[in-house]
Design a protein around this ligand. Structure first.
Ligand code: BES
Ligand code: MN
Ligand code: ZN
Length: 513
């Protein structure tokens, strides 16, 4: 889908020739669902037959006969569900995002290349959904995210016959045109950013290495004016980044630390984003079992999220500075690989005993956090990482795990995540957990045993952030296999990308101390 093929129009929808014309209906407990007058006769009939009540994902599909007032080849009426006042804004917007995802699915099932979507009349929406900009944005995000597919490596013969996805989307606007247009523009920024993060994740380990992270960032910087820097392996050695170098020892692809900067001159605050860019995690000498190991190509989803959030930052030019750092390498077991028991020295001088070479994410993040905080003196630092299997045991695939040293930052992230349909759940951190990673021979060790694996991983990271307000997102459960939703196709979800974008959009200077 090309960005410029998503447009807004105000023309009467019935007159438009298109593959699939979409209307929405809102459930009204026991009553005829609210919908556009153009499809009232069909909805009335379906409601009387008890076929349709406007519940989420319920559909009426019909084919206007020749001579009918409608020019579209097909017409879909899609249920949104009941919009009540109790729905918090995040849940309510996610209903619309889901509806958008359902539209994309419906388009795929009839192989529609173009769709015209009549945005729901604001008079049918209540509570949290009366904000026209946010509502249009959520719906548009849902369509774009739901239309995502990754068929780059399908043979050309198959690709030709397969449905390639939507080629154009037209949103018919009812209500405040300006606000709706702004909402759809924002939706394009955030949804395409998340789709790009999914693309990066879908690239397998042999096609997405530290060099690809660097090349992508360099191009993005050239296209947008963001600042770009790449710390190469030689420089890491001079700087003493013993964590990322240790993880990289068993690999033949040199590690890279990739940096994208958005630092407007008049900005007084800076948000630092750090993302784990582990392009393939074999476990190293502490090798992982082979069943399911292919999923470890996704171990760079944190890096993808922060890098792609910068794409939206570059487009939206906020008042606050934003910097993204991606420590990138794979974790392999070549002849020079680190051994369990090895002791390494991180960028800030903290020494660490490597008990398990598979607990590598924290080693590469540690250097990135310590260096990034020293270099940029940020107002706050956020990291996203597919860090522990333990977070899947604790929270399943429905919440991202959150560990933080700052309550105000937690609030801001909960808000941003909720609005994105990417909820986070905070876990505690205190000296009892810190004690679990005390080493007999070094300052700390890289595993704290089975209990509270997600928290002890965060305890490790806490040694590298000092007093800077910091929040750690463990996305191991949500980066792929995320909660089943119409706008989250199977595979990588792009999670945290839109949460970070929302955090930047809603940033208020002076709030985080
Ligand atoms: N990348 C993995 C975490 C992971 C596991 C993500 C499963 C998604 C699904 C990470 O590098 C890892 O291997 N963590 C270990 C840590 C342990 C050795 C302390 C884990 O969670 O088992
Ligand atoms: Mn690992
Ligand atoms: Zn890993």
């Amino acid at each position: 889908m090309k960005k410029d093929r998503i447009t807004t129009i105000t023309k009467a929808a019935e007159t438009i020739k298109t593959d699939l014309l979409v209307y929405f209906a809102v459930e009204e407990k026991g009553k005829m669902p609210a919908c556009d007058a153009a499809v009232k006769p069909q909805v009335e009939k379906a409601f009387e037959l008890k076929d349709f009540s406007g519940k989420a994902a319920e559909q009426i599909l019909f084919y206007p006969a020749a001579g009918s007032k409608m020019s579209a080849a097909r017409v879909l009426v899609l249920g949104i569900g009941a919009v009540n006042k109790e729905n918090d804004k995040g849940n309510a917007l996610d209903m619309l995002r889901e509806a958008g995802g359902q539209v994309a699915k419906a388009c795929a099932s009839v192989k529609a290349r173009e769709t015209v979507i009549c945005l729901p009349d604001p008079k049918y929406l209540s509570g949290a959904l009366t904000d026209p900009q946010a509502s249009a944005a959520a719906l548009a995000e849902g369509v774009i995210l739901g239309d995502y597919r990754f068929d780059k490596y399908k043979e050309s013969t198959k690709k030709k016959t397969d449905y390639p996805g939507l080629g154009a989307i037209k949103f018919v606007c009812i209500g405040n045109l300006n606000l709706i247009r702004q909402g759809i523009e924002k939706a394009k920024h955030s949804a395409f950013a998340a789709c790009t993060a999914r693309d990066m994740a879908n690239e397998p380990g042999n096609h997405w290495t530290s060099a690809d992270f660097a090349a992508y960032a360099k191009q993005l910087a050239a296209d947008t004016g963001l600042g770009y820097r790449c710390i190469e392996k030689k420089e890491m050695e001079q700087m003493g980044m013993g964590g990322i170098l240790a993880v990289n020892q068993g690999s033949h692809v040199p590690a890279r630390m990739v940096i994208l900067e958005y630092l407007p001159e008049d900005a007084t605050e800076t948000i630092l984003l750090v993302g784990k860019g582990l392009t393939f995690d074999s476990g190293g000498i502490s090798i992982k079992p082979s069943a399911g190991m292919e999923d470890m190509k996704y171990d760079m989803c944190g890096g993808a999220a922060v890098m792609c959030a910068m794409q939206a930052v570059a487009q939206e030019k906020p008042d606050v500075g934003v910097v993204a750092i991606v420590p990138a390498t794979d974790n392999m077991s070549g002849a020079r690989a680190i051994h369990p028991g090895d002791i390494i020295t991180h960028y800030n001088g903290v020494t660490s005993e490597v008990i398990n070479t598979d607990a590598e994410g924290r080693l590469i993040l540690a250097d990135a956090l310590a260096w990034g905080i020293e270099r940029f003196k940020p107002t706050c630092v956020l990291d996203a990482a597919t860090l522990t299997g333990a977070v899947i045991i604790g929270l399943g695939h429905h919440y991202t795990g959150l560990v933080s040293n700052n309550d105000a930052l937690v609030k801001a992230l909960e808000f941003a995540g909720n609005l994105a349909g990417e909820p986070v759940w905070r876990l505690p951190l205190n000296k009892n957990y810190e004690k679990q990673i005390e080493s007999k021979v070094a300052d700390i060790k890289n595993t704290g045993g089975k209990p509270a694996g997600t928290i002890t991983a965060a305890a490790y990271l806490s040694n590298f952030v000092g007093k800077t307000p910091w929040a750690h997102l463990d996305i191991a459960g949500t980066a792929w296999d995320f909660t089943e939703k119409a706008y989250v196709p199977k595979g990588p979800s792009g999670t945290a990308t839109r949460t970070f974008i929302n955090l930047v959009r809603n940033w208020k200077t002076g709030k985080i101390k």
